[in-house]
Design a protein around this ligand. Structure first.
Ligand code: GTP
Ligand code: MN
Ligand code: MN
Length: 609
């Protein structure tokens, strides 16, 4: 029979466009907007042009009162799903009776039911904002365009910082395909009374990804990682699957440039789990005299081997969404400078003179009082925190005084070394080098870290977080490792060296053994010397470690280098057991043989030591 379909740009009755013109948009976008408007039933539609005026109007609307709901302050990994026909495509086969930690899968019929319980009518009484945005420089061949629909003006203002958003992107998109991104806070009007001016629906929060349709649907949360869909959802989860199909890598990595006193420059990419130091390292002020750090990105890297076999990387974002607590003029002066204007702070404390405050900043003058993120007036240091541990600053990259001149170069920057690391209070040396690419992939697959406040997990338990990607895989982690391993099959590829770093080792009194932050430049110096092929390593069972005295510790005072670099045999044999159990329980048959071989070889080397 004949299928009657409403006209492309025809909106549901009663829904009007209050800014912009729907018929001026590319046809595919018109259809997407009209389809979703029919489901979500917003009162009106607002097509964002990305201009300053638009932003100011939205910000003024937000500033009135913005106390966030304490139930919506972090990513919710347990409510984040990848949706494919075949379960094994999305997540590895966990052992019977074991809960899989490498992502959640939902099948087609279930997901449809769950979405139907949420989206119909979810934007009643609200405005649906329409944004075209580019991940990567607008118009570059490695960039990808998305269109996000959202009922949250907070999300619009944040997306304008984190991505290139507006009219100019819509023009470049033309008839092209885009990643479809639908977001709703999940609170249609009239809304139930709430003490917070932060609509969200924590009981029904659901973040879903459809890699085959290149589509994201996120419901119930306004928190950045769940609502700024260009970031984790698109640039990591969807992009890993695009990268799998097209032969490149989407990674949870910072990108930085390092220049030595002779003026030689090298780029490094580094993957640490959430709240483990990427933003800090990417903006670091080196303490080593004559060294310079410039920033390309602080959270996500898209990387590919070019025609010459050189690994290159771009930062798909255009803003920083950084952890606030702990950021200060002492630890990260560049971030402090970056945050001075045009910044959206979420879940930080306020000062009575109109400023912001969080743990790690010096206390304000006595006549200035602090209101905690929960609204507690006259907050004083004690048992409660003034700022949420996962409070964030969202600030345009343009504010950062140390951006690398090539940070927006569509050709990317050449990567010389890849660092992996995490919070490892015990056993793991400050730095060691993988014997080769395959060994490096193994090291990354066995990464672990103390949990942080960036997601809903209880803090201080050590969890495996392979490649710092556990919450962000868009497809089966076993297949993801195969993809990494396959990069070495092309003999043309110049494989960068892989290192593991740990700034977080503790002594027996629970104090950090390494001063960290700007002093990490000493480790990076050593890394670049290794990239130049200097003979400054000794072999150890776990990898190459620095020859004694080859890390510059001048002026650091008392440091227990022996403890910092010790490799306790018992600890590592235990670690092997634990990794083996992890592989068996979490990956089963999906574990690549090459990785199992690496684990066997490590255990053999340790036993022989
Ligand atoms: P996401 O943005 O969530 O992906 O996290 P991130 O990796 O960017 O983490 P970030 O740089 O914001 O670091 C968060 C925490 O790590 C802060 O509490 C910092 O103080 C702490 N930190 C960062 N670098 C160091 C370091 O070298 N040593 C120590 N001891 N702590 C550090
Ligand atoms: Mn991150
Ligand atoms: Mn960060």
């Amino acid at each position: 029979g004949l299928l009657l379909r409403r006209m492309a740009s025809q909106l549901p009755v009663g829904c009007s466009v209050i800014r912009g013109t729907l018929s001026f948009l590319p046809t595919k976008v018109q259809n997407y907007v009209a389809d979703q408007a029919e489901v979500c039933q917003p009162d009106n539609i607002y097509i964002c042009d990305g201009s300053k005026e638009e932003n100011e109007a939205l910000i003024n609307q937000l500033i009135e009162d913005a106390r966030t709901d304490p139930r919506d302050v972090a990513r919710v990994e347990s409510k984040t799903y990848i949706c494919t026909k075949d379960k094994r495509e999305s997540i590895p086969q966990a052992k019977d009776g074991v809960k899989g930690q490498l992502g959640n899968w939902m099948g087609e019929s279930t997901i449809k039911k769950e979405l139907d319980k949420r989206f119909p009518g979810c934007m009643k009484g609200r405005t649906m904002y329409v944004m075209a945005f580019s991940m990567g420089p607008v118009g570059s061949p490695v960039s990808k365009i998305g269109v996000q629909l959202t009922d949250s003006p907070y999300v619009v203002c944040s997306m304008r910082i984190m991505t290139r958003m507006g009219d100019h992107v819509m023009k470049v998109l033309g008839d092209g395909d885009f990643v479809k991104c639908l977001h709703s806070v999940g609170v249609p009007k009239p809304e139930p009374p709430s003490q917070y001016a932060w609509p969200c629906n924590p009981d029904k929060t659901l973040v879903t990804h459809f890699p085959h349709d290149r589509e994201i649907k996120s419901f119930g949360s306004g928190y950045g990682g769940n609502s700024l869909l260009g970031k984790k959802c698109f640039a990591l989860r969807i992009a890993t699957t695009i990268g799998r199909d097209e032969g490149w890598l989407a990674e949870h990595m910072l990108i930085m440039a390092l220049t030595n006193p002779k003026g030689e420059k090298k780029y490094i990419a580094a993957a640490f789990p959430s709240a483990c130091g990427k933003t800090n390292l990417a903006m670091m002020k080196p303490t080593l005299p004559g060294w310079k750090v410039e920033c390309v990105g602080d959270d996500i890297a898209w990387m590919w081997f070019d025609e010459e076999g050189q690994l290159r990387a771009i930062n798909p974002e255009s803003g920083f969404f950084g952890v606030a607590p702990g950021t200060s003029n002492k630890t990260n002066p560049v971030a402090m400078e970056t945050c001075t204007t045009g910044t959206i702070f979420t879940n930080v404390a306020e000062t009575s003179d109109g400023g912001f405050w969080w743990e790690g900043l010096p206390l304000p003058e006595e006549d200035v009082s602090i209101t905690s993120w929960l609204g507690e007036k006259n907050w004083k240091p004690g048992s409660t925190k003034a700022a949420h541990p996962n409070s964030r600053f969202c600030t345009p990259i343009g504010n950062c005084p140390i951006m690398d001149k090539d940070w927006e170069n569509p050709k990317g920057v050449p990567i010389s070394a890849i660092l992996f690391g995490g919070r490892r209070p015990q056993g793991v040396p400050l730095v060691y080098e993988a014997f080769n690419w395959q060994h490096g992939v193994f090291i990354a697959s066995a990464m672990s870290s103390e949990a942080t406040a960036a997601a809903e997990h209880k803090t201080k338990t050590v969890m495996r977080d392979p490649f710092a990607m556990r919450p962000f895989f868009g497809y089966n982690f076993g297949k993801y490792m195969e993809h990494w391993l396959s990069m070495s099959k092309n003999s043309k590829n110049k494989l960068p060296k892989i290192f593991h770093v740990n700034w977080f080792r503790l002594n027996e009194n629970g104090k950090f053994l390494w001063p960290g932050f700007g002093e990490n430049s000493r480790v990076l110096e050593w890394v670049t010397r290794r990239c130049n092929g200097e003979d400054i390593v000794d072999s150890s069972p776990i990898g190459f470690i620095p020859k004694s005295g080859t890390i510059n510790t001048e002026g650091l005072g008392q440091l227990d280098m022996e403890q910092l670099f010790s490799i306790p045999k018992d600890y590592w044999l235990e670690e092997c057991k634990s990794v083996r159990q992890y592989y068996d329980e979490q990956l089963g048959e999906d574990l690549p043989q090459a990785i199992r071989d690496e684990l066997d070889a490590l255990e053999t080397r340790l036993q022989a030591a």
